[in-house]
Design a protein around this ligand. Structure first.
Ligand code: PLP
Length: 407
């Protein structure tokens, strides 16, 4: 309802400049997988700051982090580092074009891959015939008109659309890029067999399959969605949770593609890429996640069970049509009459986004901070008591929705 000005964060709690306290499920849009200011990460950062914040040379921290990524992430035989998910996507696309010698990129409706001109695109409104059907449209003022010349936008979770397009344009397409779980719009899972099908089509047409795991990487498991679903892409993009709240992203992938950077055939630059402060934060983040055979994931999943079961029960109690789409410790609260939402088109058509905003505002007034889009992140810092308190706030929020109250 009003811009939130943060003063400080501690664990699962966010405090604003007016002295209000919130249980935080926005978690800075995903990165804070261990909550605010986790002691082990803060210590790693402090120690590194005293040894130097950036060197402009190779350093031990990037090797230590690279070793962890190549151990945990199935497709990552080699890795490189940048500062944001947006930049990492650009590196991956450039690698795919250089490796295949082809110009076009296939992306999907409703997926988000950062804000850069060459990839920020929506499906064209006018469903023409043939190629015109997949023509993208700009989504912001100031976007270059030529930026989308080589971009095709397809419906996701529709194996035939990919098949048709690769058949027709396969010898021009360098890459197919997707969020392996569509977290940004509805937390939609891939339909059974879909990822395998696209992987097979890409292999047959010499196209680089890229998983954008900026949200799912280290969030769903140490090996991300590719490990969870058992489908290994050629390249992946990692970000957000990888560094527990510091600006580091990475591209990982097959040696034969990644080595184009090592050999100087693909340009990869950036003054602060992989600086020792962010690599120290990332190494500490990953080590906490890997402790005790992945106990952190079991804990986050158990808390998310408690939270999602409670929310579903309360919605029913108040007679509110409601659905939760969830993958591990990330879920989307959907206000819909439908019993399932599996496609982006259904998410747009059948989900009441305005009602979700009202629900999140009502939660906010009761001390719970959730992204108004309805995407929740549970961290290792949340506790069963936080969840109980959240459910008490949700009881009131559902009640005010049922009474038709708006803010
Ligand atoms: N890819 C996905 C799936 C994302 O969700 C985001 C950001 O939300 C990005 C890429 C861009 O990352 P960044 O905001 O770090 O540039």
């Amino acid at each position: 309802p009003a811009p939130l000005y943060a003063e400080r964060g501690a664990g699962a709690r966010l405090f604003d400049v007016d002295g209000n306290e919130f249980i935080d499920y926005c978690m800075a849009y995903g990165p804070l997988i261990h909550g605010h200011a986790p002691p082990a990460i803060a210590k790693a950062i402090q120690e590194q700051v005293l040894r130097g914040t950036t060197f402009g040379t190779q350093h031990r921290g990037e090797l230590e982090l690279a070793r962890r990524l190549t151990t945990h992430v199935p497709c990552a035989e080699l890795v490189c580092f940048v500062n944001s998910g947006t930049e990492a996507v650009l590196v991956a696309l450039r690698l795919a074009r250089a490796y295949t010698g082809k110009p076009k990129i296939v992306r999907f409706e409703g997926h988000y891959h950062g804000w850069a001109d060459p990839i920020l695109a929506a499906a064209g409104e006018t469903a023409g015939t043939g190629g015109a059907r997949w023509k993208p449209r700009a989504v912001t003022g100031g976007q270059s008109r030529s930026a989308h010349e080589d971009v095709l936008v397809l419906p996701w979770n529709d194996p035939e659309a990919v098949e048709q397009v690769l058949k027709r344009y396969g010898d021009e397409i360098a890459a197919v890029i997707m969020e392996p779980v569509l977290c940004n719009n509805g937390c939609l899972r891939p339909l059974p067999g879909y990822l395998e099908h696209v992987q097979d089509l890409c292999r047959r047409h010499g196209v680089v399959l890229i998983f954008d795991e900026v949200i799912t990487g280290f969030r769903l498991s140490l090996g991300g969605a590719q490990q969870l679903f058992g489908v290994t892409p050629y390249l992946c993009v990692l970000g957000k949770a990888i560094a527990g709240g510091l600006p580091l992203s990475a591209v990982g992938g097959r040696r034969e593609i990644m080595r184009l950077i090592a050999e100087g055939r693909v340009n990869h630059m950036g003054t602060l890429n992989g600086n020792p402060v962010v690599t120290a934060a990332a190494t500490a983040t990953i080590d906490l996640l890997a402790q005790d055979g992945g106990a952190a994931y079991r804990r986050m999943n158990a808390l998310t069970d408690q939270l999602t079961e409670g929310l579903t029960r309360l919605a029913r109690k108040h007679g509110i049509p409601f659905l939760i789409n969830r993958v591990g410790p990330v879920f989307h609260t959907l206000f819909t009459e439908r019993s399932e939402i599996r496609h982006y088109g259904d998410f747009v058509r059948y989900v009441d986004g305005a009602r979700c905003v009202q629900f999140c505002h009502a939660l906010f007034r009761n001390g719970v901070f959730v992204r108004p889009s309805g995407l929740w992140y549970v961290s290792t810092a949340h506790t069963p008591q936080d969840v109980e308190q959240t459910l008490a706030a949700a009881d009131q929020a559902f009640a005010s929705l049922a009474q038709g109250n708006t803010i």
